[in-house]
Design a protein around this ligand. Structure first.
Ligand SMILES: Cc1ncc(COP(=O)(O)O)c(C=O)c1O
Length: 387
């Protein structure tokens, strides 16, 4: 079977015909390098699974008396990829990851509780915490020796001082693309143990980890960690299926699971049959596609880093996972938000750094999951408008 999935044959006209927000939001003359969708068509197995169901007229109520087949599928996948033994009975379906974050916060914390997370951070975490009236305790990411790190000692004392009840771990981290190393995870586990924290680990980008880094699920560190952790994942980032609205939570703490199951059965919704079919198809038939997309993205990442370094004073720590580049424009001293200037002068939509919290001022996030040709057009526009 060919491993050419057409990642470099994406056409602008075709992207602009799609209904999604990425290419619609800013109008027909703007290049889109913002929201975290890839520009690639889904893998053939997903298309076939969806088309087959539609052709069969198979869109009635699903027969899942003991949960969807994804519980078992997640268990198999975690064992195969990470050696993490997941009890299918501890898995629950969700419509999306952010719903899972809010659910875990709802079940495991209360109004006024402090919740820690690494900053800068993906904006919906900040808005969720604010809407749920949880106090936000930032663990600042720092750029040191060409890598993103955080100060463990300082985090330990800040979390204790703030009386944190939970840690929202975004692993791999959005926007920096950092993959937390085992020793960093173990240090966080020690803090979680000492302060008795609920850990909510969003691992949705894990399968897009590049060679050279290695993803370790937080809950796989040991039984004690699993018992305090809600792990959230889906096929939607790695396989580019954000619109299917289907995700999973492994709810380690039995008390949280009981609380969740005691709620009226429809309160948290169920994913659609098409979302479940697409996820199963991606997980069971997507290995070659996933390997090919990682190779394509890694080459794009390196190309982006090389061009920025050769042509501009913009700084980038190349991400260890996923297709989002967190670019530091502060050396240019632009005096305005770089994403605003890029949109105005370059007609390219980037994600503004300030949306990721105050630490993001002077940064922007650039999505490089596209063809090389479109990526080059995006970089040309950034260079033209900022450098
Ligand atoms: C770290 C992270 N979590 C969650 C999400 C959103 O996932 P969902 O659409 O399933 O809520 C994203 C989207 O980019 C993300 O980057």
């Amino acid at each position: 079977m060919s491993n050419d999935f057409g990642f470099d044959r994406v056409e602008l006209a075709e992207l602009r015909r799609r209904g999604g927000q990425k290419w619609r939001r800013y109008g027909p003359d703007v290049l889109a390098a913002w929201v975290a969708d890839m520009d690639f068509a889904p893998l053939p197995a997903v298309r076939e699974a969806i088309v087959t169901m539609v052709d069969r007229g198979d869109l009635g109520y699903p027969d899942w008396p003991t949960g969807s087949p994804l519980r078992e599928a997640l268990s198999e996948r975690m064992a195969a990829r990470y050696g993490w033994q997941v009890e299918p009975g501890a898995v629950r379906e969700l419509c999306d990851i952010i719903q899972g974050v809010q659910l875990a916060l709802e079940l495991g914390t209360a109004v006024g509780d402090a919740v820690a997370l690494h900053t800068p951070t993906y904006p919906p975490f900040l808005s969720s915490l604010r809407a749920m009236r949880r106090r936000i305790v930032g663990i600042p990411m720092e750029q040191r020796a060409g890598a993103w790190r955080f100060d463990v000692e300082r985090a330990a004392s800040e979390l204790e001082r703030a009386g944190c009840r939970a840690l929202l771990l975004v692993h791999p981290h959005n926007p920096t693309g950092k993959v937390f190393a085992r020793d960093e995870l173990e240090a966080l586990a020690e803090i979680a143990e000492r302060l008795d924290l609920l850990v909510i680990s969003d691992e949705v980008h894990a399968e897009l980890t590049y060679p050279g880094a290695h993803h370790v699920p937080f809950a796989s560190l040991g039984e004690a960690q699993a018992a305090r952790t809600v792990t959230l994942t889906s096929a939607t980032k790695a396989f580019n299926l954000a619109g299917i609205r289907c995700a999973l939570a492994h709810i380690g703490p039995p008390a949280l699971r009981e609380r969740r199951d005691a709620a009226p059965f429809a309160l948290y919704g169920t994913p659609s049959v098409l979302g479940v079919a697409a996820t199963l198809a991606a997980w069971r038939g997507g290995d070659a596609w996933l390997a090919a997309v990682i190779a394509h993205l890694a080459a794009n990442r390196d190309h982006l880093a090389a061009r920025l370094s050769a042509e501009t004073a913009l700084e980038l720590v190349p991400p260890q996972a996923t297709y989002l580049a967190w670019v530091d424009a502060r050396p240019l001293q632009l005096g305005a938000e770089p994403a605003d200037l890029a949109l105005e002068r370059g007609r390219v939509a980037l994600s503004p750094g300030v949306d990721f919290g105050p630490q993001g001022r002077g940064f922007f996030r650039l999505n490089f999951a596209t063809s090389r040709k479109i990526l080059d057009a995006v970089i040309d526009a950034v260079v033209r408008s900022l450098a």
